[in-house]
Design a protein around this ligand. Structure first.
Ligand code: PEP
Ligand code: MG
Length: 600
């Protein structure tokens, strides 16, 4: 038996065979070939390319089935890149200089990837990850390595997919009928793979570091998404215990579901608005049955995942309208593209030394006004179908909000010129997810309609801890005094100006932290649909007065551990030994389970 511990990313227990997906560029040895071998080596290159194209055709068919025609088009683009005469010509030319086909292909692809990554034209930069996929695919054929596409699993395989990280092209191939859980070596609770797994409702563990290396595939394993453990070749005893626990968790989930129509109101009558985070438009209908009163955050960048081109206005309009209609008149907060950082970019992206401090989110949208206005026009039009609100990510100054508003006015004027109907008074709010936005929050209040605190990024920027770096997971502490004080200030400044202040980061869905947020005065929480009943249970089980006392003690604490203790002591005494706090939903603070004398 082997236990590999990572970071819990999406709860649930899966017992099934491991499927290891090694989607990385294989190492290639330098091989000098004699002159007489050159024609055969060139023929070998062409046969590998032909096989890669056949395979892409097959993969396209399956991606179309699982993700749709637009997403699957990425594979047409890749197949056409393999027809590029310049590319093939360069590889052939190296082979003619007596370099083995695989090394020749490897060298040319490395050069092309570098060249494209730095290209001035965004369309060409977008091709980098396609080149990377081709690099891996053709080399694997030339080196006779096993074909690792995830699509080969039979339906009902109930497999645990183990991979280094999920790239856009892998994501669109995921067959949800075959893959029951995801485990990655990279990533943390707030990185995109974890967000996506929670959206898809797939149990997941991330940050395992070396699982791909340690496993062969086909081993039987238990994935425990609540504790972040992968138990490989478990004993009969472990299997029996986990089967029991899986059953118990299902029961608890059912119990929580009975809260569907219950009001999220504290014991002392404080009404909290509980909304859902929606990452994929197709989840909207299901999310609307979670008991959420609207959408507190729709992450639109997932519309762009693995796509060969940006979605046009019509398509975006359709997708946003779908979410708005599903929530039938409830507010739907749609965030403008937050591309960059660790968010799945459009194929490629400029290579930056510090992507999280780079050209991302609102910065990119302001610099690419046509791309931004296309989205704004789609949002204005979707506004006709319900209560749409637009939210800008990663704002650091009011100048960005004013620039965005000008572009929103331009987008509206363009619709007027076309005679297209749209909603004229859409509220424009901002995510508060940088220390700058908090400290200068008073400079924002007159220009925005609402604040929504993005704790995933706020923690990262405040503590200077990369949210996606598994090695730093124990240092990523949302209960750090600095973070709590920044949230407190945001609430004070926002409420004093009469603005709604929501929290839509991961913090809102973890019991102890949701309790802290209520105590800090937050009256609107937005969480993954699956967490809505759990957070509702927390809200209904606590008094806002006690939460306030607990939060005051937490804010005054000098360490995250002391803050946790101050909160947990009061929360656990409110719930006694409530099983939903003790089992299956351990109180973890991004990968680190805090020890607490008052804990479960
Ligand atoms: C956040 O930063 O807290 C947030 C909700 O946005 P994202 O996780 O998409 O960056
Ligand atoms: Mg963010």
């Amino acid at each position: 038996m082997l236990t590999i511990t990572g970071i819990p990313a999406s709860r649930g227990i899966v017992i099934g065979p491991v499927h290891v997906l090694r989607w990385e560029v294989p190492e290639v040895r330098h091989r000098i070939i004699p002159d007489e071998a050159i024609p055969a080596e060139i023929a070998r290159l062409h046969s590998a390319i032909a096989r890669a194209k056949d395979r892409l055709h097959e993969v396209r068919g399956r991606a179309e089935k699982h993700a749709g025609d637009e997403e699957a088009a990425i594979f047409d683009v890749q197949a056409s890149m393999l027809d590029d005469a310049d590319l093939i010509g360069e590889v052939e030319s190296l082979i003619r200089q007596n370099i083995g086909a695989e090394k020749a292909f490897d060298l040319v692809m490395l050069e092309w990837r570098q060249h494209f990554a730095k290209h001035a034209q965004p369309m060409l930069r977008e091709r980098v990850s396609d080149l990377m996929d081709l690099h891996i695919r053709v080399l694997s054929i030339l080196l006779d390595l096993p074909d690792h596409d995830p699509v080969d699993l039979p339906p009902g395989a109930n497999a645990i997919l183990i991979t280094h990280d999920l790239t856009p092209s892998l994501t669109v191939q995921l067959d949800r009928n075959a893959i029951a859980a995801i485990a990655t070596d990279a990533g943390t609770r707030t990185s995109h793979v974890a967000i996506l797994a929670r959206s898809l409702g797939l149990p997941a563990v991330v940050g395992l570091r070396d699982a791909v290396e340690r496993l062969h595939g086909h081993e039987l394993a238990i994935l425990d998404g609540s504790s972040g453990m992968l138990i490989v070749n478990p004993s009969e005893q472990h299997l029996a215990a986990y089967r029991d626990r899986a059953l118990r968790e299902q029961g608890e989930e059912l119990e929580l579901h009975q809260l569907l129509t219950a009001e999220p109101v504290t014991l002392d009558g404080v009404r909290i608005i509980l909304r859902a985070n929606v990452d994929l438009p197709e989840e909207a209908e299901q999310a609307s049955h979670s008991g959420a009163e609207g959408v507190g955050l729709m992450r639109t960048e997932f519309l762009v995942v693995g796509r060969p081109a940006m979605p046009d206005e019509e398509e975006q309009y359709r997708e946003y309208s779908r979410v708005v209609r599903a929530f039938d008149g409830h507010p739907v907060v749609i965030r403008t593209f937050d591309l960059g950082g660790d968010k799945l970019p459009i194929g490629g992206y400029p290579v930056e030394a510090n992507p999280f401090l780079g050209w991302r989110a609102i910065r990119m949208c302001l610099d690419e006004p046509e791309l931004f206005k296309t989205q704004l026009r789609a949002l204005l039009r979707a506004g006709l179908h319900g209560d749409v609100r637009i939210m800008l990510p990663l704002v650091v100054s009011v100048g960005e909000v004013r620039q965005a508003r000008l572009l929103l006015d331009e987008a509206a004027a363009e619709l007027d010129a076309r005679g297209v109907e749209y909603r004229r008074d859409i509220p424009l709010g901002v995510m508060v997810e940088t220390p700058a936005a908090v400290i200068a929050a008073d400079t924002l209040v007159n220009d925005v309609a609402f604040f929504s605190v993005g704790t995933n990024d706020l923690v990262q920027y405040t503590l200077a801890v990369d949210r996606g770096n598994a090695n730093l997971a124990s240092r990523y502490t949302p209960l750090h005094p600095a973070v709590l004080r920044l949230i407190q200030r945001t609430v004070e400044v926002g409420h004093n100006a009469g603005l709604e202040v929501a929290v839509c980061g991961e913090m809102a869905s973890q019991p102890v932290m949701a309790f802290a947020l209520i105590g800090l005065g937050v009256r609107e929480l937005s969480v993954a649909p699956r967490s809505v009943p759990l957070v509702k249970q927390i809200i209904r089980g606590v008094s806002a007065k006690i939460a306030r006392e607990a939060a005051a003690a937490a804010v005054a604490a000098d360490t995250a551990q002391a803050a946790y203790d101050a909160l947990a002591e009061r929360l656990f005494s409110a719930f006694g030994d409530a099983p939903f706090l003790r089992h299956g939903l351990p109180v973890v603070v991004d990968g680190h389970t805090f020890e607490s004398s008052a804990g479960p």
